[in-house]
Write a protein that binds this ligand. Structure first.
Ligand code: SF4
Length: 443
């Protein structure tokens, strides 16, 4: 864009200084798309998207399509867009906008590129055209729709991207949506030179300002800014095919101030909501193990346990399946000044055929037990346990835990069919703390 003509190189240098690891610069007309391709050739960390914005749909011809097709042959052209509908400004007639949107979606399918979709005040038509197109890779850029729209596009496999407006004081509704988009569908962007985030509002936007938007998202989602950076970098890599190969499965990973240990991917449940069945990632960390780690490997990965608020046996499976390792490592963590928590499905006694809680006394400070249902029937449907009498086993595990562990919490995921109030009542009767976990939020 001409806004950057006087100092484009400095803007790009500031982006690098702000640790922006990759930029996708987006074309909105032929001239802009050509410029995007040129910049991508010039800078190793810049990629391009080519497309025609709905404002310019009236100028779209078969020659335009041919030009887009040619550019898409370049290695660093990673998406088709912006394309979409804008019924706010109506710079192009709406019927032409719809036709050009459909043509560009078809082109993206032909070229096997994800799409970057602009949609302003055009929810119904955007959703209809997207669902009829068969598109399953792309992003709703600079999202300004409602939760229903976000859910519909995620169901098609599309990501939801937030820009500067999410930082604005009067953006409560958008902030509520940004707080609960699942990690796997979250992206972040500038839309530079427009829509600068607070506190830069009113100035020309540029990639280094992305940090302000990332900070706001971290605050809204109760995670660290590093978590947002990792999640969105990973998602951009997956959607646009940029960045390196998928990293190895992690055995220890940080979220906020705590360290989580991933010691097994096995479990005695197959919960309908379990992240293991639809993603290898939690908060941007790959948790799919290629082997179960040994104790020395875990000690090395932990380093100094006292450096964390707590060290949590959790991960991507049921830690108490490896009881001996949990006990030995918990003891070592305590000896080295750390605090230990276990997140479990509460079937430890059933798994091992004895009451294991006395064995955890003194080496475990806190335990979070998934209750997940108000009765056995619901538990069977939602958690799909492999062990017999699992729900009864979980209740009895909670009763025993209270005797041996100082801090006991039961958790419930608000999945369809769960009576949260009944579960709260059960927790109260068992004299333990209660925590509700959001259905689509993991970690
Ligand atoms: S108990 Fe946890 S790890 Fe096991 S299936 Fe359920 S959600 Fe997944």
């Amino acid at each position: 864009m001409a806004d950057f003509d006087p100092d484009r190189d400095e803007v790009i240098a500031r982006a690098r200084d702000a640790e922006v690891v990759a930029i996708i610069t987006i074309g909105s007309d032929l001239k802009g798309s050509e410029g995007a391709v040129r910049l991508a050739r010039e800078y190793d960390f810049i990629y391009a998207a080519v497309g025609i914005h709905p404002h310019d749909a009236k100028d779209y011809t078969s020659d335009t399509a041919e030009k887009l097709r040619q550019w898409s042959g370049e290695k660093k052209v990673v998406a088709l867009g912006e394309t979409g509908l804008d019924y706010h400004y109506d710079h192009s007639p709406r019927d032409i906008q719809r036709e050009v949107f459909e043509r560009q979606l078809a082109l993206a399918l032909e070229l096997n590129l994800p799409v970057i979709v602009h949609s302003r005040e055009a929810k119904a038509d955007t959703l209809n055209i997207l669902s009829e197109s068969g598109i399953s890779r792309g992003v709703l850029h600079c999202f300004s729709g409602d939760m229903e729209m976000a859910e519909r596009v995620m169901a098609m496999g599309l990501y939801v991207s937030f820009a500067g407006p999410v930082t604005f004081k009067n953006a409560k509704r958008l902030q509520e949506i940004a707080a609960c988009i699942p990690d796997e569908y979250l992206l972040i962007e500038t839309d530079a030179p427009y829509l600068s985030p607070a506190p830069m509002r009113g100035k020309r936007n540029e990639p280094s300002f992305l940090l302000h938007t990332a900070r706001k998202l971290a605050e809204l989602r109760d995670v660290g800014v590093g978590d947002i950076a990792r999640i969105t970098t990973l998602n951009a890599g997956r959607l646009f095919g940029i960045g390196g190969a998928s990293p190895e499965g992690k055995i220890a990973y940080k979220i906020r101030d705590s360290l989580y240990l991933n010691i097994t991917n096995r479990c005695t449940n197959a919960c309908t909501f379990c992240i293991r069945f639809h993603s290898d990632y939690v908060k941007g960390h790959n948790l799919r193990l290629d082997h179960e780690p040994g104790i020395e490997e875990l000690k090395k990965a932990i380093g100094d346990p006292s450096a964390y608020k707590e060290v949590v046996f959790c991960g991507y499976g049921e830690p108490l399946m490896r009881l001996d390792l949990v006990k030995a490592l918990a003891r070592w963590i305590k000896d080295n000044g750390g605090r230990v928590r276990i997140n479990t499905n509460g079937q430890g006694n059933l798994m091992h055929g004895r009451n294991i809680l006395p064995e955890l006394q003194g080496i475990v400070d806190a335990i979070s037990i998934s209750l997940d249902a108000q009765d056995e029937k619901t538990y069977q449907t939602i958690c799909r346990p492999f062990l017999k009498d699992a729900y009864k086993g979980v209740l009895s595990f909670i009763r025993e835990a209270v005797k041996y562990i100082p801090d006991v919490t039961v958790t419930v995921v608000d999945a369809p069919g769960v009576d949260v109030e009944m579960c709260k009542k059960i927790a109260k009767e068992l004299n333990v703390r209660f925590r509700l976990r959001q259905y689509n939020l993991v970690g």
